[in-house]
Design a binder for this molecule. Structure first.
Ligand code: PGA
Length: 252
């Protein structure tokens, strides 16, 4: 089954609604004709509605960067999957390493958020990644194996139909230090194998595995040439319409 490349910007805590609308207006003509791929931006909650409205008909998918797993309740400062969906989100990033590092997201929380996202038909982008010390001590596969198992706990094969995984080595995020295409491919192949064990061959074949960590217009093509790299999750280089468009059009 072909895996349509998914090229997503993760804006983190950048851009007001007005700034997001201006980005979309600039990106729209740059992306005209970019077929055979899915462009996407994960925006701050406060910009979701405006961005989704501005992006209508552009082919750019708009998503959120986090959700809470409950539908509603006394959870000050949190947003549910249904709320993100109603504001215009089509997808959601779950378990980004910054959430894990600064806000306490655990594999168990990610698995609960994953259930919430799927119940609202939000496409889940589940992030995994090892730290530099874990890589240096030779624990990369052990760490990632535990993360994927824990984050996808309770997920059925049917629920996994829209699942997207993002491999983001923590040491490559925002550091300018990209994993080499070969390093990323090695991990992607490992994760595809884990998906097979956990959810079967069909899910393993059809699930897109994105790479994230200092993806730029000048390295995206070599990453995308690897057989198990199906897209990118891009922070810094996705904040400007021109570099975002260059990344989306990696093979043009
Ligand atoms: P970066 O961030 O592209 O700025 O390294 C990637 C991410 O955190 O998703």
């Amino acid at each position: 089954m072909p895996r349509t490349p998914f090229l997503a910007g993760n804006w983190k805590m950048y851009k007001t609604g007005a700034e997001a609308v201006s980005f979309i207006e600039s990106a729209r003509p740059l992306l005209a004709g970019a077929t055979g791929r899915q462009a996407a931006v994960a925006v701050p909650f406060t910009a979701l509605a405006e961005t989704a409205k501005a992006a209508a008909g552009s082919g750019i998918l708009v998503g959120a960067q986090n959700i809470h797993w409950e539908k509603e309740g006394a959870y000050t400062g949190e947003i549910s999957a249904g709320m993100a969906k109603a504001a215009g989100a089509s997808f959601v990033i779950l378990g980004h390493s910054e959430r894990r590092q600064f806000f306490g997201d655990t594999d168990e929380w990610v698995s609960k958020k994953l259930q919430a996202a799927i119940s609202e038909s939000l496409i889940p982008v589940v992030c995994l990644g090892e730290s530099l010390s874990q890589r240096e001590s030779g624990d990369t596969f052990k760490v990632l194996g535990a993360q994927i198992k824990g984050s996808l706990a309770g997920l059925s094969e049917a629920q996994a139909a829209s699942l997207i995984i993002a491999y983001e080595p923590v040491w490559a995020i925002g550091t300018g230090k990209t994993a080499t295409a070969a390093q990323a491919q090695e991990v992607h192949a490992f994760l595809r194998g884990e998906l097979k064990t956990l959810l079967g061959a069909k899910t393993s074949d059809s699930t897109r595995i994105l790479y994230g960590g200092s993806v730029k217009p000048d390295n995206v093509k070599s990453l995308m040439a690897e057989p198990d790299i199906d897209g990118a999750l891009v922070g810094g280089a996705a904040l400007k319409p021109d570099s975002f468009a260059q990344i989306v059009k990696f093979d043009f």
